[in-house]
Structure formats: C-alpha cells, structure tokens
Design a protein around this ligand. Structure first.
Ligand SMILES: [Zn+2]
Length: 300
C-alpha cells in the first residue's frame, strides 16, 4: 500500500469529501489547526522573565536562550548506586565546572547522601562557599528520617531551599509497595515531606516536579496546609489542568517554573494555564527569586 505523507493525506481527504457537505466540525477543526500553526510559543513567552528552578545537567543552552531563561538551577541526575562521598563530590564538581562554563546562568545544586553524615555536612559547606545554592536530593533516605535532621538544619542556616525528589503513585512508599514499581522503600512520599515541614517550619522544602509523573493532584492536596512546601512544574508530563489545579490548592506563590530540560513542555504548560499574566510571571520567575532573596542568592 502506498504510504501517504501529510500533504498527500490532506489532499486525498479533500478529494474524498468533494461534493459532500463538509461536516461543520471538520471546518472548525481546520480553522483551529491554522490558528494553532500561527501560535508562537517563543513569541508568547518573551513577555515574561524566566528562571528555571529545576534543570538537570547538562542543560540545553540553545533552548534556554531561545526561551529567554536567565538562570538555571541545575543538579546531576541520580545514579542508581550507593552514592558514596566520592560520587557525590564528583557530581558537585561537575556542577562547579558547568558554573564556570556558564557564569551566572547555571547555578549548581548540592548533592549529598545523609548516610555519610560528616562528609555530607562538609560538602555542603564546600559547595556553598563556591557559589552553589540549594540541594539536589534523591531517594537514599526519607526526608523525615533523623539522618536528615542535621542536613536540613544546615540548609536552614544557609537560608537555602531543600529540594528533594519524592513520589506519589501506586507502588511507591510504605503500604503502597504492594504494587511494586521498583522504587526503594526509602523514597519520600508527600506525607514524609509534610512531616519534615511540620518539624522544621523555618525550613523551605521543594518537592520535585509535579510534572514528572505520579499523582500530582494528591501531591498538591497533601501540601495545601503547609506553606513551607513548594512545588515545581518540571517534567515532561503535560496533563491538562495541572497548573490550574496546583494554583487552586497551593495558591499562586508556592509554584516554581521548572523544565527538567523539557523546554517546550515546561513553558507551554504555564502559558496554557488559565491564569493572568501576573500569576504566570510569579510562577516563571518571582516565586523562586523570592525564596532566593532570603539567603541573598537572588538575581539583582
Ligand atoms: Zn527528577
């Protein structure tokens, strides 16, 4: 059978309906197709100031430039290993090298593993002295485990946000593990974040990427009453209404724009939300910059 390209398909379809009254819906769809093709996401986003609160090394600098992202807070993706001091020090050194390569554009986030308490606390000091800001934490230990307490206290002293991965989906964490999806028991659930946030009301916590998979409705509902827990919009998942839902539950001040290197998805889901330009600007830039201001790490 002859394969049709898109143009061929449209011509063919047009021929096949010749002489037949075109269904009303088809003409509407065609009009909206044309309208969409004239929509420029770049043009739309250019009226906002952007700061990426969740970028993963290596950032796509061409895309960041195209979308006008001024700063990217960047960390290493987790390696599924024990994450020894040698490994997390290397990960941080890689971030420091990126910061040198892209000064003021890439800001590294600090990786540690609380199983190595002393080395982790020393590493936070070393990285903070060298200009890294905030944490990039994963699954080795739950955020409300006492092993994390000295680490959280250190980030509080530095006035830095504690940015950590968690998950909320069937098959993750505690009782939900009966549907095993291959995640470690030590992964933090929204309830674990809430526990840590209540224990440390002066701490600032960021739950990684509501757009990164999992039950984002559950996440937003769990954090509703906890003003020191923030979320970012990073991740490639673009479920309709996600941003609107997050604003409804968390308000417009606790949501950060993040890409996790999915630039079109990251920007598009904010632009598509039913929000005012002022609200979008808060998410794109102001909210995260306000958190940075607390430690003097903000953009001028
Ligand atoms: Zn992630």
């Amino acid at each position: 059978m002859k394969r049709l390209d898109r143009r061929g398909f449209i011509t063919n379809a047009a021929t096949s309906v010749a002489g037949i009254v075109l269904p009303r819906r088809a003409s509407v769809n065609r009009a909206s197709y044309i309208a969409q093709s004239e929509y420029s996401i770049i043009e739309q986003v250019r009226k906002f100031q952007l700061l990426d609160a969740y970028c993963t090394a290596d950032p796509k600098m061409d895309d960041a430039k195209k979308f006008g992202i001024e700063q990217m807070f960047t960390g290493k993706p987790m390696i599924w290993s024990k994450w020894t001091p040698d490994e997390f020090i290397q990960a941080n050194d890689d971030m420091l090298a990126l910061m040198k390569k892209y000064p003021n554009q890439v800001i590294g986030q600090i990786s540690i593993n609380p199983h190595y308490q002393k080395e982790s606390l020393e590493e936070i000091d070393r990285c903070a002295d060298l200009g890294m800001v905030g944490s990039r934490l994963y699954y080795q230990v739950k955020i409300n485990d006492p092993l994390y307490f000295p680490i959280i206290e250190k980030f509080i002293d530095l006035n830095m946000i504690i940015f950590m991965h968690g998950e909320a989906q069937i098959g993750v964490g505690g009782y939900r593990m009966k549907y095993d999806v291959g995640r470690p028991f030590t992964i933090s659930t929204p309830e674990d974040f809430v526990d840590a946030a209540v224990r440390y009301p002066e701490g600032m916590f960021q739950f990684a990427h509501i757009g990164g998979g999992g039950d984002w409705e559950y996440m937003c509902k769990a954090f509703r009453e906890h003003p020191n827990i923030y979320v970012d919009t990073g991740g490639s998942n673009n479920a309709g209404g996600m941003i609107d839902f997050a604003v409804e539950y968390l308000g417009e001040d606790r949501i950060f724009f993040g890409t996790d290197n999915s630039y079109y998805q990251g920007v598009g889901k904010i632009l598509a939300a039913d929000l005012t330009d002022r609200q979008k600007q808060k998410i794109f830039f102001d909210n995260y910059n306000r958190v940075l201001t607390k430690g003097g790490y903000n953009m001028d």
